[in-house]
Design a binder for this molecule. Structure first.
Ligand SMILES: Cc1cc2nc3c(=O)[nH]c(=O)nc-3n(C[C@H](O)[C@H](O)[C@H](O)COP(=O)(O)OP(=O)(O)OC[C@H]3O[C@@H](n4cnc5c(N)ncnc54)[C@H](O)[C@@H]3O)c2cc1C
Length: 282
């Protein structure tokens, strides 16, 4: 069992990892080899101390070099759930692997695309965030897939292997998946509706679409979806000054704790969370 599992490989998670390493704590960090789409997309960064006018790509490249030198490897797996047990945490990935740790740092960022009405209400009753966890439940059924990032495109193909019909609603332009059972829709639904389970997708000014399930393929899951029992407010983890949450041993840092959404804040909070967790482990 490691001391800490960090969820997220953006500036907050990387800062937490570097601080835990300096404090000689064992840890695993989950995320992407590309670290953070939000860093990569920044055209010019003007407000990060010491790095005047760098592009997002330059910042990303500097972060990758630093991780390489520190010999910190990112585990390229998406975390599907974090479970607080009596004196440890179990972290489950979308590939159904489990990992254990004494503490957790949530550095999962925020999804900039708004939630669809009904998304939380029908979670586990037809709404899913995980293709590999729940795709098999929709064999020969009709599903809608709302995909927010090209990096998650492979999950659409996975779902199309099971479902009879897939309504694909991509939130980006250069979509590359093509299958006979995939029907593209270029409009965001207004609401997910149903009685006990998901039944329909509602679009403004159009006929409702009958579906058995809705998959939300997002880069970042909301902290409340990720960790059962976590206290949140407006979709953000509620934290104290030392970045601790309401769950003992669970800390949060970066965009997932709220505004301002900025690199300097993310990095500072990652550092504080790692120090506080190191104290907690004593
Ligand atoms: C276009 C753009 C330009 C910006 N420009 C600036 C700027 O100039 N200055 C500034 O200060 N800020 C800027 N920002 C904001 C800045 O990018 C964010 O504040 C910062 O990236 C937050 O860092 P983070 O580590 O909290 O989250 P993120 O950078 O979002 O990183 C979170 C990481 O966690 C991963 N993750 C999420 N959930 C899971 C999971 N369940 N399992 C595994 N991994 C997971 C994600 O894939 C991602 O890699 C910009 C943002 C955008 C979108």
């Amino acid at each position: 069992m490691v001391d800490c599992i960090i969820i997220g490989s953006g500036p907050a998670g990387i800062s937490a990892a570097l601080t835990l390493q300096a404090n000689r704590k064992s840890f695993l960090i989950f995320g992407s080899q590309d670290l953070s789409e939000k860093v990569e997309k920044a055209e010019k960064i003007h407000n990060y101390p010491g790095l005047a006018d760098v592009s997002g790509r330059e910042f990303l490249s500097a972060l990758k070099t630093q991780l390489e030198r520190a010999e910190i490897d990112i585990i390229e797996e998406k975390v599907a759930g974090v479970y607080a047990l009596k004196d440890k945490y179990t972290v489950m990935t979308q590939g159904n692997k489990t990992y254990e740790s004494k503490g957790v740092i949530l550095a999962c960022g925020v999804e900039s695309i708004k939630q669809v009405e009904g998304e939380e209400e029908f979670l586990g009753r037809g709404v899913s965030y995980c293709a590999t966890c729940d795709g098999f439940l929709y064999k020969d059924k009709t599903i809608a897939v709302i995909c927010t990032s090209k990096r998650l495109e492979h999950e659409i193909g996975y779902l199309a292997d099971f479902a009879q019909k897939v309504y694909l609603i991509p939130m980006y332009k250069d979509i590359e998946v093509q299958r006979d059972n995939i029907h593209m829709i270029r409009k965001m639904p207004k609401a997910i509706i149903g009685a006990r389970r998901v039944e329909k997708l509602h679009f403004a000014g159009e006929e409702d679409l009958a579906v058995d399930g809705v998959f939300m393929l997002r880069e970042s899951l909301s902290p409340a979806v990720l960790v059962g029992g976590l206290q949140t407010e407006n979709g953000h983890a509620v934290v104290a000054r030392d970045m601790s949450t309401n769950l003992k041993g669970c800390y949060a840092a970066g965009d997932c704790t709220g505004r301002p959404y900025q690199y300097a804040k993310a990095v500072g909070e990652g550092n504080i969370a790692a120090h506080a967790l190191s104290e907690f482990l004593k």
